[in-house]
Design a protein around this ligand. Structure first.
Ligand code: FRU
Length: 493
């Protein structure tokens, strides 16, 4: 049964999406019109990969959450599907918040999400209740389960928050379903609750998989948990984080906890905690395991601090990052754009051993839909260069710069001049490994974004830009002498 609310949202999208199509990025997922935030339900289903997202079709601002829906075979080309969920039940009337999805053994598609129900008290205060709910469908249409909520607030462990109990990520191992969900402990800081079930309807609390005792922010939103290269990894997005050096920026941050299970397999013993992405716009990542065994992550390419800012005439807001393949190298989480992107590379232009002492442009090295790798090293054996910089999406007025200083080992991404007429955070800096001044930078540009991958994915830094499309020059500059290789492809999607 398609409710009136869901039908209205689907009709609205159909009516207006053709007007917005021209504005959209080429290969990053957005809504056809309106707002998106977190990726949801990113999982394989019947030979394809489905991705849902937090969606409010009627405005470029957050509103009562629906689940928008797309699917893909290769993570680059996406097929749009009708909106899947609307906040049309009593227990989710104030929003179908983030969650996950899984294919059931009988071929049905199960979505698990947080239902939000706000209650206004006599004194005017609003109490918000968050519970876990399911909906089952065929990959296009979904029925909410009559037993919802399947995890009511009563199942939260003693002292846990009933207001901050959200974002279930579900997966299946044999006959058992597992789920992690964010919550807050009595000290108000983030924790991840671990549940299991044999039918997705009756859930048993296993343990607190990880907590932070106020070390890494407050509410831990959108947790994910998986095995990778011999380790267990938790990804989560803490709210109200304090900055920790250049590793974690304040506000809505993103962290990876890497470690191993304890003997009982109900708690993560962590041996490394790091940022997942060091850029300006990255939040709430979610992963899946591909049919060929890769762990692929996608995130909201935005942040709560910056998402109120966009070009005035824009009719969509929010995008997903490019899906990325994860691995663990030297105990750290690494990420590379999905390999399928390489199928869309055309017009290779390459240069080797370009000696540079000031500013240079290279014939054929430009564009706004590109995949470019730049390798730098000192050009003079006796003296280290002082800095090296790439400016992309450049014209007389605009540019976004990536600068590296070997003396400090710090990369700086700066989009101050990228065309966004808002005074929001525009600069991020982060330390990289660059022995002897050698550094490899891969840049993927789509219409509104610059995704940077350092040293084959040791670090990533993702930033949204709002630069006119005809600003497509690229320049390189340095102080000192640099030797540089450049390989650039246009991306034809
Ligand atoms: C994270 C988040 C989630 C919540 C959703 C609401 O960005 O705050 O915790 O489910 O967004 O749209």
């Amino acid at each position: 049964m398609i409710s009136k609310k869901l039908q209205r949202a689907r009709d609205f999208e159909n009516k207006y999406s053709s007007y917005v199509a021209e504005e959209l990025p080429k290969f990053h997922v957005t809504a056809p019109i309106g707002w998106i935030n977190d990726p949801n339900g990113f999982a394989p289903y019947q030979g394809e990969y489905h991705l849902f997202y937090q969606n409010y079709p009627y405005d470029t601002k957050w509103g009562p959450m629906h689940w928008g829906h797309v699917k893909t075979r290769d993570f680059v080309k996406w097929e749009r599907l009708p909106i899947a969920l609307a906040p049309d039940a009593d227990y989710d009337k104030d929003g179908c918040f983030s969650g996950g999805a899984v294919e059931m053994p009988d071929g049905r598609h199960l979505l698990m999400y947080t239902g939000v129900r706000n209650v206004r008290r006599k004194n005017g205060k609003i109490d918000s209740f968050q519970t876990q709910c399911i909906a089952i469908g065929d990959g296009v249409n979904y029925e909410k389960h009559p037993g919802n909520p399947v995890i009511p607030t009563e199942q939260i462990p003693e002292g846990g928050s009933t207001t901050d109990f959200r974002d279930p990520k579900i997966w299946r191992e044999g006959d058992t379903y597992y789920m992690v969900v964010g919550n807050r402990t009595p000290d108000t800081s983030g924790t991840i609750l671990y549940f299991k079930s044999t039918d997705c309807i009756h859930w048993e609390f296993i343990s607190k998989l990880a907590s932070c005792h106020n070390q890494y922010g407050k509410m831990w939103e959108c947790p994910d948990f998986f095995a990778l290269d011999g380790k267990q990894v938790i990804l989560t997005s803490p709210q109200e984080m304090n900055a920790i050096g250049l590793e974690f920026h304040p506000g809505n941050a993103n962290i990876a906890l890497i470690g191993v299970f304890n003997d009982r397999k109900d708690h993560l013993l962590r041996d490394n905690v790091q940022a997942i992405d060091y850029g300006l716009d990255f939040y709430a990542p979610q992963t899946l395991e591909t049919y060929d065994g890769r762990r692929v992550m996608v995130a909201w390419m935005q942040n709560w601090e910056t998402c109120g800012s966009h070009l005035p005439q824009q009719r969509f807001m929010g995008q997903m990052t490019l899906p990325r393949e994860l691995s663990i190298r030297n105990g750290r989480l690494c990420q590379q754009p999905v390999r399928e992107l390489e199928h869309y590379r055309v017009n290779k232009t390459g240069y080797q051993n370009v000696m540079m002492t000031s500013e240079t442009s290279l014939q054929g090295i430009n564009g706004r839909f590109i995949d470019m790798t730049v390798t730098v090293r000192p050009g003079n054996e006796d003296s280290m260069y002082r800095w090296f910089k790439i400016n992309v999406a450049r014209d007389g007025e605009h540019f976004t710069s990536i600068r590296f200083k070997p003396a400090t080992g710090i990369v700086r991404v700066d989009r101050t001049q990228s065309g966004l007429p808002c005074d929001i955070v525009n600069v991020r800096e982060f330390p990289v490994h660059a022995a002897n001044g050698q550094l490899k930078l891969r840049l993927i540009l789509d219409r509104y974004s610059v995704e940077l991958f350092v040293n084959d994915g040791e670090q990533a830094a993702t930033s949204v830009i709002y630069t006119p499309l005809d600003a497509k020059s690229i320049s390189f500059s340095c102080d000192g002498t640099v030797l540089m290789d450049v390989e650039k492809y246009d991306l034809e999607v």
